[in-house]
Write a protein that binds this ligand. Structure first.
Ligand SMILES: NC(=O)C1=CN([C@@H]2O[C@H](COP(=O)(O)OP(=O)(O)OC[C@H]3O[C@@H](n4cnc5c(N)ncnc54)[C@H](O)[C@@H]3O)[C@@H](O)[C@H]2O)C=CC1
Ligand SMILES: O=C(O)[C@H]1O[C@H](OP(=O)(O)OP(=O)(O)OC[C@H]2O[C@@H](n3ccc(=O)[nH]c3=O)[C@H](O)[C@@H]2O)[C@H](O)[C@@H](O)[C@@H]1O
Length: 469
């Protein structure tokens, strides 16, 4: 089965980069990415590639090569569905904010809408690929909708979860550790799986393309994120222990990471993990476990989230406590707002929650982030509904120049590990801030001794207060 036309519903952080690379590597397949968000599609089509809606290193170049050749961005959802033999669903699946499962379960309304739209439009057989991260057994629901509301055409469902990380999306797509494809265990199912394997095999060695049944594939995605987040919460738990015992969490990470059974990755202590998926996917896993009555399993994974919330809270509390137990009216400068470096994405960023906690203490916050807009920062804060939008704008300012942002600050807090923060002229910054000059390094990126030699009271996640005095 040779695929000639692909449609992807959802032009977001996953749909955009994933399909751009698929198009780059398969010039003979036409790929149309559709979205109901007109502004987003317009940005993807912008002549100036600096205006793409997503910032990812290397993405501009890929889009430049493929766009207009065999990669298209459009708001004509039905037309693209109609023309495609294979349809990827890459819409958002956020945590539910209402009704049953509120705050835990994945909200599948955009998935269901996409399935219903495919069923309505399809007049020829289609392969529907789950690219979004979904609760295990969602393929069953999609199949029911397609088979019972469609026009009598045949549908095959595949699960093909995405493992890219933001900030390294293009590299992750070009050189993935593995591609996972789950499908039905039948003759038609195997043919469908092979059609998708062939598309990836144009640049990925076949041994790295893993095929499984649908449920293993759906569940593996949630489990991968849960394991990754668990490592971050585990090292963050140890960072607190380091701070009271004189151990240094970077040294502990290195020491344990050299054990090949543990490995060195994902052992960087931080102000807490953020991003659109870790929390959402673990909450989803916890909800699924609870819905099967597996309470011990649910509690085990929930602890990863509890630890992460604790890490964000204690970072904020530490700032208040070190600034003589009050930050009221004090200027605190945040370097970084994105949930990690090399992305403009701020979803669930630790910075949002640390800012909220400090604003509750009447701090005055100034934020500088090299890639995040002022508008986005206010939207993130307003979304919490802790105080009025006017109050957020009065207490928090966004400054687009880092040295200016730091002037007359009572403390500088590093919330994102942007490389440029390490390169700053910290001696210069020292002269412009209020003394004693405090730096709270939530990412452990600066050289502590150098900062102390300049004169800063340098405080970092996972470094003992015993060494700071
Ligand atoms: N962001 C990431 O790094 C990763 C995300 N994922 C998963 O991929 C999925 C998508 O995530 P993102 O791309 O980050 O979300 P996103 O919010 O950036 O993009 C989703 C897009 O789908 C569009 N959409 C929603 N309903 C639609 C409909 N009925 N018709 C047309 N367009 C529609 C939205 O307008 C939005 O632009 C989620 O399930 C997420 O868990 C998986 C791996 C990595
Ligand atoms: O499903 C998803 O959305 C994606 O979620 C994560 O990717 P992402 O959230 O983009 O970024 P990560 O690099 O995983 O970082 C997540 C958070 O953990 C933090 N982190 C990561 C690693 C570490 O050692 N320490 C640490 O604090 C990061 O700063 C960031 O806030 C996974 O790494 C991807 O494989 C997955 O596809």
């Amino acid at each position: 089965m040779k695929i000639k036309n692909i449609c992807c519903i959802g032009a977001g952080y996953v749909g955009g980069p994933t399909m751009a690379v698929l198009a780059l590597k398969n010039p003979d397949i036409n790929i149309t990415i559709v979205d109901i968000n007109e502004a987003r599609i317009a940005a993807w089509n912008d002549n100036d590639l600096n205006n793409l809606p997503i910032y990812e290193p290397g993405l501009k170049e890929v889009v430049q090569e493929a766009r207009g050749r065999n990669l298209f961005f459009s708001t004509e959802v039905e037309k693209a569905i109609d023309e495609a033999e294979m349809i990827f669903i890459s819409v958002n699946t956020p945590t539910k904010t209402y009704g049953k499962g509120k705050g835990m379960a994945a909200d599948l309304k955009y998935i269901e809408l996409s399935a219903r739209q495919i069923a309505k439009v399809a007049t020829t057989d289609k392969i529907v690929v789950e690219k979004s991260t979904l609760p295990v057994r969602t393929a069953q629901a999609i199949k029911n909708i397609l088979d019972h509301t469609g026009n009598g055409v045949k549908f095959q469902i595949l699960s093909n979860p995405e493992f890219l990380a933001e900030g390294t999306a293009v590299q992750d797509l070009l050189n993935p550790d593995r591609v996972l494809i789950g499908g039905e265990n039948s003759k038609e199912g195997n043919e469908t799986i092979n059609a998708l394997v062939d598309i990836y095999a144009t640049w990925i060695p076949k041994e790295q393309i893993l095929t499984t049944n649908l449920w293993s594939s759906e569940l593996s995605k949630l489990v991968a994120n849960a394991f990754l987040a668990q490592r971050v919460s585990s090292i963050n738990a140890i960072s607190e222990l380091c701070e009271v015992t004189g151990a240094d969490v970077s040294e502990v990470s290195k020491a344990i990471g050299m054990d090949s059974r543990i490995g060195p990755k994902f052992l960087k202590a931080s102000v807490g993990f953020g991003g659109s998926c870790f929390q959402k996917d673990i909450l989803n896993l916890v909800y699924i476990a609870k819905s099967y009555g597996l309470n011990e399993v649910a509690d085990y994974w929930e602890q990863v989230i509890i630890m992460n919330d604790h890490q964000k809270n204690r970072f904020a509390e530490n700032i208040v406590s070190k600034l003589y137990n009050t930050v009221s009216g004090k200027k605190i400068t945040f370097l970084g707002w994105a949930f990690k470096k090399d992305t403009n994405d701020t979803r669930e960023s630790a910075a949002i929650y640390v800012a909220d906690a400090l604003l509750n203490e009447e701090a005055e916050i100034t934020v500088y982030d090299p890639k995040v807009s002022e508008e986005r920062i206010y939207e993130d804060l307003d979304y919490l509904n802790t105080r009025s939008p006017e109050e957020n704008r009065r207490l928090l300012k966004v400054v687009m120049e880092p040295y200016h942002a730091c002037e007359k600050a009572h403390a500088v807090a590093i919330l994102t590990e942007w490389d440029e923060f390490v390169e700053y002229d910290w001696e210069n910054i020292y002269t412009s801030v209020i003394k004693p000059a405090f730096v709270f390094d939530g990412r452990r990126i600066l050289d502590g001794q150098f900062m102390k030699d300049i004169g800063f009271q340098y405080d970092a996640i996972g470094v003992s207060i015993l060494n700071n005095i």
